[in-house]
Write a protein that binds this ligand. Structure first.
Ligand SMILES: *[C@@H]1O[C@H](CO)[C@@H](O)[C@H](O)[C@H]1NC(C)=O
Ligand SMILES: *[C@@H]1O[C@H](CO)[C@@H](O)[C@H](O)[C@H]1NC(C)=O
Ligand SMILES: [Ca+2]
Length: 553
């Protein structure tokens, strides 16, 4: 009797082992490179794509490959290198009789059973292979869209009389990239997707918020940086911002080369407001900035080009101030103290930034000759009424997403001189207003002192936490945080821990290196980023360069 039971057990174990072996060998469900050799081809993939979606290209990439479209991709001309073994494909989606968009997908051999969509920058049209590659290194099936056109990030001319293309840019292409990208991922691996994520900054931040708002099922977690979320206000604001300083022959004009002078004075006055004299302005809201110190004759060491007239100082005040309509209505927030080193991207030239003027010419007024000199604040109302791109992501109540267990991890550089940092605070405040206290359960904003727009620093601030496009600055095959590939230092891993294990990020440790973009130069300092409105406070005794000596308060 005992013998028979034992025999049965042995048999059962044997059958199970044989089944597992067969599975591993690829008889029922191939994996890794076997999967690629069987399924990474046009014949298989074509029959898995829905109607209206055309396969353009498919490539089986052995580990170590370089891939992309090179210079033909105007928005992302640099190809990622040293890829993990993957299937790479591109498909095209017809979105209207006058528009279509393309989607690129990486399907890595060592799949982590998760999906990641990555965002775009500015008005650029191109598949973001570089950020997809960083995602593929984690094991994500990754997708990105060209947003429906081919252009550099500052070029909006493609939008002229092309409302359908603007809608593709506004939301339709990223939505389709997620829907179709997920479908092809499931078909390729013949398995469900456990969790889906998003990572994007700037326009990408807007894309992610918009998708969360209109399609709560798309993502389980979204990493949202420096979101340019209020297109109809922000893209008019940046034109107004340029005009505060213009024209170049007005007495209030400040040339972009003089902005660092203001930046240095801000550091001199505001650095210590956060309690640590380290060249990093971490608490601009606590700094009572004395504009008088910028005035010529006020400081003894200032040369004539390094000081400002009263009229110029009025210009500076407008740059930090809220933008109000003629009737006093709030339209958008101004720049934050410590953002001056990046003002040159939107200020101080001979005309306002293309992000603004291009928007008025090609999105609003359909007039390539529209003169920026005729700008006034009626543009905001006009945009609210007529901007058919529907890009603005201003639906603050995202209860459906929350109920599904969705998580939003937002961040914004405090030294961002392109998309105002206070815009993210505004978004946070309005979400709080719409959803009530307790949003911290699923929605957190991390401000990053000393970080410029999306990435980088000029004041040696810890700026790196593996957010969108940050790895691309370190190298064409970089991903996660070199030397610290864990949820404490990597915001994407932190978001996964929060989403999948319920471990909410109380802090994320940011890193910078002796040479800020060269990890091999050695870690210079690390410091926690804190969920807003908390701030990192030094314990008063330990080395300020070590994260453990700081607490979020
Ligand atoms: C404001 O701009 C609009 C559009 O260019 C123009 O039609 C209108 O006349 C302007 N209004 C004022 C008061 O300048
Ligand atoms: C957000 O709300 C806080 C607290 O009420 C306030 O101090 C801050 O100025 C607000 N920020 C913006 C940009 O509205
Ligand atoms: Ca400081």
């Amino acid at each position: 009797m005992v013998y028979v039971v034992k025999m049965r057990l042995v048999l059962l174990v044997f059958v199970q082992a044989a089944f597992i072996l067969a599975t591993v060998a690829g008889a029922t469900r191939p994996s890794g490179a076997d999967l690629r050799s069987q399924r990474c081809n046009a014949q298989f993939l074509k029959c898995k794509l829905p109607k209206g979606v055309t396969l353009e290209r498919v490539d089986s990439l052995p580990a170590g490959s370089t891939y992309g479209e090179g210079a033909a991709n105007l928005a992302y001309p640099t190809n990622p290198t040293n890829l993990p073994g993957s299937c790479a494909l591109t498909f095209k989606v017809v979105s209207s009789p006058t528009s279509s968009y393309r989607v690129g997908v990486f399907l890595p051999d060592n799949w982590n059973e998760r999906f990641l969509a990555v965002g775009n920058g500015g008005f650029g049209g191109g598949i973001n292979w570089m950020d997809m590659a960083a995602g593929a290194h984690y094991g994500f099936a990754t997708a990105s869209t060209d947003t429906g056109h081919s252009s550099t990030t500052t070029d909006l001319a493609w939008g002229l009389n092309a409302p359908e293309k603007r809608i593709d840019w506004g939301w339709r292409s990223i939505h389709g990239a997620v829907q179709h990208g997920k479908a092809i991922t499931k078909a390729y691996y013949a398995r469900p997707i456990k969790y889906s994520y998003f990572s994007g900054c700037s326009t990408g931040g807007r894309q992610g918020l918009k998708e969360v708002q209109i399609s709560p099922d798309s993502f389980d977690g979204a990493l949202i940086g420096a979101a340019a979320w209020e297109t109809d206000h922000l893209n008019n604001y940046v034109t107004q911002l340029g005009i505060f300083d213009l024209p170049t022959d007005s007495p209030g004009f400040i040339n972009y080369m003089q902005f660092p002078v203001i930046g240095q004075e801000v550091i001199r006055q505001c650095d210590k407001a956060d309690g640590v004299l380290d060249g990093i302005v971490s608490a601009p809201q606590l700094c009572n900035f004395d504009f008088g110190k910028l005035r010529c004759g006020a400081g003894c060491a200032l040369s004539p080009s390094a000081c400002f007239s009263n009229t110029q100082i009025e210009t500076v005040k407008k740059i930090y101030g809220d933008w109000l309509s003629r009737t006093g209505e709030f339209l958008y927030t101004g720049m934050t103290l410590s953002s001056e080193f990046q003002w040159y991207t939107v200020l101080g030239g001979t005309a306002p930034t293309p992000f603004g003027v291009g928007y008025q010419r090609y999105f609003l007024y359909n007039d390539p000759d529209w003169p920026w000199q005729s700008f006034n604040d009626s543009a905001v109302q006009f945009a609210e009424k007529h901007d058919v791109s529907r890009a603005t992501a201003a639906q603050y109540d995202i209860s459906t997403f929350k109920k599904r267990g969705g998580k939003v991890l937002m961040y914004h550089g405090v030294a961002d001189g392109l998309v105002p940092t206070k815009g993210s605070e505004l978004y946070y405040n309005r979400t709080l207003q719409a959803m009530g206290p307790g949003i911290g359960d699923f929605f957190r904003l991390f401000l990053v002192p000393g970080m410029l727009h999306c990435l980088g620093t000029v004041v040696n601030a810890p700026w790196y936490f593996a957010a969108w496009s940050q790895a691309s600055v370190l190298g064409t095959d970089a991903w996660s945080v070199p030397g610290f590939k864990d949820a404490r230092h990597d915001a994407l891993l932190a978001l996964m821990d929060w989403t999948e294990k319920g471990r909410a990020p109380e802090e994320i440790v940011a890193t910078t290196w002796t040479s800020p973009y060269v990890p091999s130069s050695g870690v210079l300092q690390q410091r926690p980023l804190c969920p807003y409105p908390k701030m990192a406070k030094w314990n008063g005794v330990g080395d300020v360069k070590v994260a453990a000596n700081w607490r979020c308060k």
